[in-house]
Design a protein around this ligand. Structure first.
Ligand code: AMP
Ligand code: TRP
Length: 332
């Protein structure tokens, strides 16, 4: 028996990833895979709650899988799979829908925001999105869910649904805990250090993509908004520099205190030049691995097939229990 605790997380295949996604989400997964039994999923079912071009969805799904591996997710250690390959996710969603309260789903901040942005396509999938997310998590009897701050409310719902089901029938689901890092949980926009770095930013100088070329990275860092103080110091009055120092520290492993000393008496020009080098060099191995995987689609296929088989085995076991408890007759 595998006694390790279980970790589940996923990212939507909705286009290019920023270094914010990487630092806030995927990078943390790597540290967990040695100690925990990890399931890392490309959540394509979630992606179709907003309009998708089928061709792009296919590309983005494989892209994201390649980025998982290029970031250091190791399929020998973790189960890597595509959500739509394991039908138990949608099956459990149906059952959990029947114990989800409309009122609670209506209060989900992300739904309210998306509903405002997607008025022309205000579909039921957008509304039950968090129930599908709860199914993802609960199917694997997950202990820990590493996510960014913005997913906390969805995690709360997953816990509520687990407890509600357990109380109504009998103990079935493990009640999961969120794992939210405090450092790096929020990388800010390079153009507006008051708001989160996001690929939906209208100004592409605001974000660095994992697959940005060196000259783009240099240009974006050079143009990053700072202040007129002119000192490399880690403090709230200098939010632009603070954010750049966070990025520097995460990519180089040097502490922010160390960076303050290193750049004492130096202007922002030198600091930004070095930061660009650190980010370019930090992303280089990832980008090379990404290119390698994208040229080896057969390998990617082996990984997602094996991943789905493994995930399916675990997920089916939970779903069988659920079906039995609600009173469905087993087909035999
Ligand atoms: P999204 O692409 O917004 O669905 O986010 C995917 C994952 O990346 C989630 O776990 C987010 O919390 C995380 N994330 C997105 N943007 C940032 C950011 N600027 N800083 C840190 N984490 C982020
Ligand atoms: N909703 C999450 C996001 O937008 C993605 C997600 C789907 C997820 N299912 C999950 C995250 C299960 C953690 C666990 O980032």
């Amino acid at each position: 028996m595998d006694e390790r605790k279980i970790v589940f997380s996923g990212v939507q295949p909705s286009g290019a990833l920023t270094i914010g996604n990487y630092i806030g989400a995927i990078k943390n997964w790597i540290d967990l895979q040695d100690e925990y039994n990890c399931f890392y999923c490309v959540v394509d079912l979630h992606a179709i709650t907003v309009p998708q071009e089928p061709k792009n969805l296919r590309k983005n799904t494989l892209d994201l899988l390649a980025l998982y591996l290029a970031s250091g997710v190791d399929p020998e250690k973790a189960t890597v799979f595509i959500q739509s390959h394991v039908s138990a996710h949608t099956e459990l969603t149906w059952v959990l829908n029947t114990i989800s309260y409309m009122g609670q789903l209506n209060r989900m901040t992300q739904f309210k925001e998306k509903a405002q942005r997607n008025e022309a396509n205000l579909n039921a999938g957008l509304f039950t999105y968090p129930v599908l997310m709860a199914s993802d998590i609960l199917l694997y009897q997950t202990d820990l869910v590493p996510v960014g701050e913005d997913q906390k409310q969805h995690l709360e719902l997953a816990r509520d649904l687990a407890e509600r089901f357990n109380n109504k029938y009998s103990d079935t689901f493990k009640v999961p805990d969120p794992l939210i890092k405090t450092v790096g949980a929020k990388i800010m926009s390079l153009q507006n250090p008051e708001s989160k770095m996001s690929k939906s930013d209208a100004d592409d100088n605001g974000y660095i993509l994992l697959l940005d070329k060196p000259d783009a990275i240099e240009r974006k860092i050079k143009r990053a908004v700072t202040d007129s103080i002119g000192e490399v110091r880690y403090r709230d009055e200098q939010p632009g520099i603070k954010n750049l120092m966070n990025i520097y520290s995460i990519f180089s492993g040097e502490s922010v205190e160390h960076l303050e000393k290193k750049y004492e008496g130096e202007g922002y020009g030198k600091f930004k030049g070095d930061l660009a080098d650190v980010v370019v060099e930090g992303l280089r191995p990832l980008q090379e691995k990404y290119d390698y995987y994208m040229k080896n689609k057969d390998y990617l296929e082996t990984i997602y097939k094996e991943g789905a088989e493994n995930a399916e085995r675990v997920a089916r076991k939970t779903l069988r229990k659920v079906y039995k408890k609600v009173g469905f007759i087993p087909r035999g």
